[in-house]
Structures are given as C-alpha cells and as structure tokens.
Design a binder for this molecule. Structure first.
Ligand SMILES: C[S@@+](CC[C@H](N)C(=O)[O-])C[C@H]1O[C@@H](n2cnc3c(N)ncnc32)[C@H](O)[C@@H]1O
Length: 213
C-alpha cells in the first residue's frame, strides 16, 4: 500500500493551488458588482466539487431532516461550498475538515467575507485521525471524499467515534460498478494515485464493521 505521506502529498498536489482564497475573491470582484455584498449564490458555479453540485447537497440535507441546533462535521469539505450552503439555507453549524490546507484557508476567507464565520469553521486535518472528542457531532457528512482514501476502515471508524448516539452518517460518493476500471482523469483524480473508489459491497462491509465494536 502507498505510504500515507506520499498519498497525502498526492492529494494536496491534485487539489492545492497557492493562495486560492485570494484568487477566488479577486476573480469574484471582477465577476460580481460588489464584493462587500457577496452571497453564497455568487459562489455557486465554483464551490461544490461533486456531481450535481448544489442540487445534490440540498437533497442530502433534506433526507437528513435536521434542525438548526445540530452540529455537522463535513469531512473533506473542499473550499466549503456545501457547508456554506446548508449553513445559509438552514442555519446549521458546520465544522469542515480537509487534508488540503489551501482549501481550508480559502473556505475560512470566503466565510469571513460572507459574514457566516459564526456558523462555519474550517480546519486542516486528515479524516483518518481527527482532532475532536468522541460523540460531539449530530451528523458526520462526507461528499466525494472517500474516493481519495484507499484505507476507508479508519475513516468510517472516526465517523462513528465522533457521532453522538443516534447521530447520522451522510455519504454521497461515486462507487465502482460492474463496467470495469474507471477511465482517468476524473475530477477527484488525475491518475490512479488518488483514485480509490470502492464497490457498494465493500462499502457496506466497511460501514458494518465500523459500528460492530
Ligand atoms: C472531490 S473533493 C470534494 C469536496 C467537497 N466535499 C465538495 O463536495 O465540494 C474531495 C476532497 O476530499 C479531500 N480529502 C481527500 N483525502 C482526504 C483525507 N484523508 N482527509 C481529509 N480530506 C481529504 C480533498 O482534499 C478534497 O478537498
């Protein structure tokens, strides 16, 4: 199996762009009339890194039937599009973590600019070992993140550890089907070095094992 350090470097190489937050805000200042009145909507075309973008995020949020007192952990939060959307639409409090440091920095800059830092916060962390106490989140949420993670057992164990009793794990992933090997590149992987889709059976087994101890 690939060394964890090499893997994490490959992920950061695939996603990272120096000074991304500044680049995004500079591009937005040209595209929208008034940066001081920026809305989550203005960022919609660029900030959801998963298939079907905002529509998929809204569907996931509706399935969960949450209430505004809940605290959500978004694993592999990217530049924070999904967390900003659900915070903005429903008032949820979301903590996002991502391996790509530049994404966390950009997400924090954008949240500050939108004036929603009281609802969303971001922290660079590896999903396989998260810096939070047991049982503190109502929902652990992960969209298109596990596809970058070869060893998913610790990912789901961490999710289970961090959930309150009766909490929900919300996953939206691409899984491998019977059609053979995936044709690369795809948005989450330029090469096989960062692509680790699992089959539905593998995923079900891993999830069952993560709660069986
Ligand atoms: C396809 S993007 C999805 C981003 C976001 N969930 C969204 O839907 O907009 C996958 C994200 O997972 C992050 N990621 C990959 N491996 C990770 C790990 N081990 N721990 C935390 N984040 C990870 C990447 O840095 C990237 O931001």
């Amino acid at each position: 199996m690939m060394q964890l350090r090499t893997l994490n470097e490959n992920i950061e190489k695939h996603y990272g762009r120096p000074d991304l937050g500044t680049l995004i805000l500079a591009a937005l200042s040209k595209a929208v009339k008034d940066l001081d009145n920026l809305t989550a909507e203005d960022l919609a075309p660029i900030d959801e890194f998963h298939i079907r973008g905002r529509q998929a995020t809204m569907e996931l949020a509706h399935i969960l039937d949450l209430n505004a007192d809940m605290h959500i952990l978004d694993i592999g939060c990217g530049i924070g599009g999904p967390s900003r959307l659900i915070a903005h639409e429903f008032g949820y409090r979301v903590t996002g973590i991502d391996l790509t440091d530049e994404y966390c920095r950009a997400a924090s800059m954008i949240a500050e600019r939108l004036g929603i830092s009281h609802l969303v916060s971001y922290r660079q962390s590896d999903a396989l070992s998260l810096p939070f106490a047991d049982g503190i989140f109502d929902v652990v949420w992960a969209q298109h993140a596990a596809m970058n993670i070869p060893d998913k057992a610790p990912l789901y164990r961490e999710a289970h550890r961090l959930l309150k009793r009766g909490g929900a794990l919300a996953i939206y992933d691409v899984l491998s089907g019977p059609g053979g090997l995936i044709i690369l590149p795809v948005p989450w992987a330029s090469s096989s070095e960062t692509n680790f889709t699992s089959s539905p059976e593998e995923m079900r087994n891993l999830l069952e094992r993560s709660v069986s101890k």
